[in-house]
Write a protein that binds this ligand. Sequence first.
Ligand code: KG4
Length: 344
Amino acid sequence: MNSTNDIVILGIESSFDDTSAAIIVNGEIRSNIIAGQKVHENYGGVVPELASRAHQQNIVPVVDQAIKEAGIFLESISSIAYTRGPGLLGSLLVGTSFTKGFSLALNIPMIEINHLQGHVLAHFIKENATDNIQPTFPHLCLLVSGGNSQIILVKSHLEMEVIGQTIDDAAGEAFDKCAKVMGLPYPGGPLIDKLAKEGNPNAISFSKPRIEGLNYSFSGLKTSFLYHLRDELKENPNYIEENKANLCASLQKTIIDILLIKLIKASKEKGINEITLAGGVSANSGLREELKLKAEELDWNLYLPDFKYTTDNAAMIAIAGYYKYLASEFASHKMVPFARMELK
Ligand code: KG4
């Protein structure tokens, strides 16, 4: 049970297709409940209208379970932090409306969180009271997900600057779209990761972008992958089936190479050796291994997220809320969600 001086944050995440609620007490995780949505499986992607309906069904039981599992009283909650954006508007509206109602009913302040800031701050979630392994400032975060590929200069818990980002597709999208043309189900990223383990990463070479500065581009790779399949399928209709592992391993290696070239450049330019990884694609085993190798070679302090924080979760929203609570950055009940939101 917690004391009256404890800072207890209830986090709410509903930006895409996971409904999640978490309790963080003084920066330490107490519960993190996530309800996925199987309803999209037959559609090859997330259907926005179905996602918001599922959030509506899930949000109350998920919050209830998070509070019960944390073993706290409702009255001990200091504040409720929620994802304001970016994401699907209908999904965000469910979390926003719930948060407003909860905040008014308990007469506690609400805190708005940028989903991307949550991903970056997941590295500050303490697993227990003695867990002090956290990145220092400034550090660079490689944030790679289905919607974003960014290099972020993290100056403090609440001060972040995007110094590089994709000008077209995100890394996760490259995984998912290439998986789709190979006939793999959505989301293809985890399957490519699995199949890549049995293939040769140097079997096929795909084109890499030549983009100035620290920005990324993945649309050329997608086209190069598509043209490769089109040409090979003309000669051999079973080409994909017979070469799936090599295709996955080579595609994955190319995506990792593209990501790391710019991350290394950013580290050199900024003189920062403190590096973190975040977002859905951070679960990729090849990327994690390659980053570990680079960390040894380049003397980086590398922080890889726990697998449970690689997918969308409310624990990362609650920890961001904790730091905003400490800075007394509260939100008005007039706040509306935003489908698009820059990281500031
Ligand atoms: O952050 P996230 O959960 O949500 C969105 O940004 O929407 O990221 C989901 C993305 C998807 O593109 C998925 O294919 C990718 O993360 N992903 C992976 C792996 N696990 C998830 N990509 C490559 N390898 C993985 N193991």
